[in-house]
Design a protein around this ligand. Structure first.
Ligand code: NAP
Length: 298
């Protein structure tokens, strides 16, 4: 726990800023529950997988390759390269053949690519963080159990998206590109996707987005050296640890208290407040329709 975390803990409640994934699942029995988790091979995903398994759950771990997912210790390992629609669709086919799914944790992500990278005419962070997860989750909706939970790992960085929210005329990044703005757009898309999904799910099933905190993980791999150095130095003093960072998504996926929370933006194991654009339900509906159109062409 960082110095900042220790100070917060003194004034915070039992579950809050510095709770860990183990703490928020203390006494929660997950035997017989089956979770699908993207990004199981690193950082917050790896810790989420470890803790869900520790509480008895079966975790289907998704990584860029089956070998990578296997090496993470997943109970079932499936390849899912989120920036390759064919890979995501092949993964969906495998999962559709299995037992019902009690939770999907859309955790994988990339951040702040220094130069514009595109695939299939889309900016790569948007494709990976939003569109890939859209294909995965919408392909599995009828395989969800009656009380399933969808957890979409967004970021406070969704506030870095332009004021109007999603720049529908620049999803390729061609008109302008700034690393953090593009990351912000992809993370705002995560928030809006969860809001619209919550509206569409039948009663009993829930969907939420969340900010996990700021944690030193491999996510910083694309930052310039001086930024990643500052990040590393700040870790022990100011940032959450990985077990703390994995807490909110584990809480959302597994704790009994969160079974009826839906359409929300969570942070620090509580309901938080997203940017105004992140609360715009018309924008959420427009993004859903636009993404459906994009996916139909991929
Ligand atoms: N760390 C933070 O401070 C922070 C703050 C806010 C939000 N978040 C969010 O938390 C989530 C987890 O991030 P993390 O901090 O745990 O970072 P991480 O250690 O870099 O983990 C990210 C995971 O996503 C996977 N991934 C990336 N691109 C992929 C692709 N195209 N297809 C399939 N898998 C892919 C990575 O696999 P490879 O290793 O194979 O690339 C890795 O397993 C992300 O969505 C991130 O945006 C993190």
């Amino acid at each position: 726990m960082s110095l900042y975390g220790r100070l917060r803990r003194r004034v915070g409640s039992d579950f809050g800023y510095s709770s860990t994934a183990m703490e928020v699942t203390e006494g929660v029995e997950l035997t017989g529950r089956r979770f699908v988790l993207t990004g199981c091979s690193s950082g917050l995903g790896q810790e989420t997988q470890r803790v869900l398994q520790h509480r008895g759950a079966t975790v289907v771990g998704l990584a860029r390759s089956e070998d990578k997912a296997k090496a993470s210790g997943a109970d079932e390992a499936v390849a899912c390269e989120l920036s390759e629609p064919e890979s995501v669709r092949a993964c969906v086919e495998v999962l559709r053949g299995g037992p019902p799914i009690d939770g999907i944790i859309a955790n994988a992500g990339i951040m702040a690519l220094p130069e514009l990278q595109q695939r299939y005419g889309l900016e790569l962070q948007l494709l990976t963080n939003h569109v890939g997860h859209f294909i995965l989750i919408t392909g599995l909706l009828d395989r969800l159990s009656e009380t399933a939970r969808v957890v979409v790992v967004s970021s406070r960085a969704h506030t870095m998206a332009p004021k109007e929210g999603i720049p529908f005329d620049n999803l390729s990044g061609e008109r302008s590109y700034q690393p953090w703005v593009a990351y912000g757009v992809s993370k705002l898309a995560n928030v809006l996707f969860a809001r619209e999904l919550a509206r569409r799910l039948p009663e009993g099933q829930v969907a939420n987005a969340l900010h996990p905190g700021v944690i030193q993980t491999h996510l910083i791999r694309h930052l310039p050296w001086w930024q990643s150095t500052v990040f590393r130095a700040a870790g022990p003093l100011f940032l959450k640890s990985i077990p703390e960072g994995a807490a909110t998504q584990t809480w959302a996926a597994a704790h009994p208290d969160t079974s009826s929370i839906t359409g929300e933006y969570l942070q620090d194991c509580d309901v938080g407040t997203s940017s105004p654009a992140g609360q715009d339900l018309e924008l959420a509906a427009r993004l859903w329709e636009t993404t459906e159109g994009i996916v139909a062409e991929l």
